[in-house]
Design a protein around this ligand. Structure first.
Ligand SMILES: *Cc1c(COP(=O)(O)O)cnc(C)c1O
Length: 421
């Protein structure tokens, strides 16, 4: 052990650093079998293929199992989580003149999707759960507020009961972005089953992955039909009509259809989500039990500790100045550190600092002079600004062992002792 005056980290380089990953680290025989099945039938397109009597099964099966997994009526596979957000917003009728409340702290897709449908993102503060502070809905709602986009940040559910209770009386549509939280529950109900619509991603570093891919789910038949039309050029094919009869006229949509190869990988991965969650949650509980109550080093608040995924612990150092040294010393002990996704405050991304859409007339910020206007500057978010530099993320992968978990806990305690003494 170092003496109090000698704070050089010890040499731990001989301990192997655990490999971090979620679904990607479990790709194996199940994915291979389903992909081979697609290739051998030569059915790469979801709607028709080699045998007219037997439509290609993978994407349809993925949607079916996804519905059952969440207990939600409708699911539509798309090309990415970002496409899912654009489709969900547009399916709910969000467009020019509308405002969408969205937490200031999340992935950039959440903001770009709102801008892409022509609406105005209204940024909200997060709280010590690193999710949307539900009280922000009351503060920010205006007659133009059409929707709230809730992000379940890194495997921890937002407080959906309070959010729905604040949004519903005002007629605000609740859209859940579950890209980082497939398999998470809040008060016994899966995330994605609380709101009017929800979106998921199968991008490389998400819980279940197919490299790229996404899903839109909804309880509302009309939103489902509109989402189908939006993702397929305004078409509504016979397959979807067997699930929900068409009632809407055709309108111009985009093309975000998922292919069968992607569907095959995503399907095999979906079947592994429960096991992944059980593993990560168990290891996280093991670590949290050992690092609880360290002075100056609280952890992220988890509103429902039973239901969270557990693939990333967030330490929230009360003094942000300690974070760089904490990171450096944990890395020296072969502990993986750092958020797995590139999350930042929305107002810090160059896409927001420019205030631009693909053409000036399409930007919801075009009349806001000077830019950045109030509501889009760091000083408008004192609580988010105070929290962001306090964060230190400790990922927990699906290949981590109990010994890895104990080493992480031991290391956090040791480094805390060195630095906070
Ligand atoms: C990854 C992610 C997305 C976008 O998903 P892609 O499939 O990469 O387009 C959207 N929202 C959140 C919160 C994400 O983490």
């Amino acid at each position: 052990m170092n003496s109090p005056t000698d704070t050089r980290p010890e040499d731990f380089s001989s301990r192997p650093r655990p490999k971090y990953g979620l679904g990607v680290d479990l790709i194996g025989a199940e994915e291979e079998a389903l992909v081979l099945d697609v290739l051998r039938r030569r059915d790469l397109f979801r709607y028709y293929g080699s045998n007219p009597a037997q439509p290609p099964p993978m994407v349809a099966r993925l949607e079916q199992e996804f519905r059952a997994f969440l207990g939600v009526e409708h699911a539509l596979a798309v090309t990415s989580g970002t496409a899912a957000l654009e489709v969900a917003l547009a399916a709910a009728g969000v467009g020019p003149g509308d405002e969408v409340i969205v937490p200031a702290w999340s992935w950039i897709s959440c903001l770009t999707a709102i801008v892409r449908v022509g609406a105005r993102p209204v940024l909200a503060e997060i709280d010590d759960s690193l999710n949307l502070d539900p009280a922000e809905i009351d503060r920010l709602a205006t007659p133009r507020t059409r929707a709230v986009l809730v992000i379940h940040f890194q495997g921890v559910a937002a407080e959906m009961d309070r959010i729905v209770a604040a949004a519903q009386p005002r007629g605000i549509v609740v859209i859940e972005d579950c890209a980082q939280s497939l398999g998470v529950r809040y008060r016994g109900r899966p995330v994605g089953a609380w709101g009017d619509l929800a979106t998921f991603s199968f991008q490389h570093n998400k819980v279940a992955t197919a490299g790229e891919g996404g899903m839109v789910v909804t309880r509302v038949s009309r939103y489902y039909e509109r989402a189908v039309r939006l993702h397929d050029l305004g078409n509504y094919r016979a397959y979807h009509a067997t699930l929900v009869p068409a009632t809407e006229p055709a309108f111009a949509g985009g093309q975000y259809r998922m292919g069968e190869l992607t569907g095959a990988v995503a399907l095999a991965q979906l079947r592994k989500v429960e096991a992944m969650r059980a593993h990560c949650h168990r290891l996280q509980s093991r670590i949290l039990a050992q690092i609880a109550g360290l002075p100056g080093l609280p952890v992220r608040r988890i509103p429902d500790p039973e239901g969270d995924f557990g693939y990333e612990i967030y330490l929230l150092a009360t003094d942000p100045a300690q974070v760089p040294a904490l990171k450096e010393r944990l890395r020296a002990r072969q502990v993986n550190v750092g958020p797995v996704t590139g999350t930042a405050p929305q107002y810090a991304y160059p896409q927001v600092r420019s205030g631009l859409a693909h053409t000036p007339a399409a930007s919801p910020f075009r009349a806001d002079q000077p830019w950045p206007a109030p509501g889009y500057r760091p000083e408008d978010f004192p609580r988010t600004e105070a929290l962001a530099p306090r964060c230190l993320a400790l990922p927990i992968g699906v290949l981590y062992t109990e010994a890895d978990a104990d080493w992480i806990a031991t290391s956090v305690r040791a480094v805390h002792q060195e630095l906070f003494g």
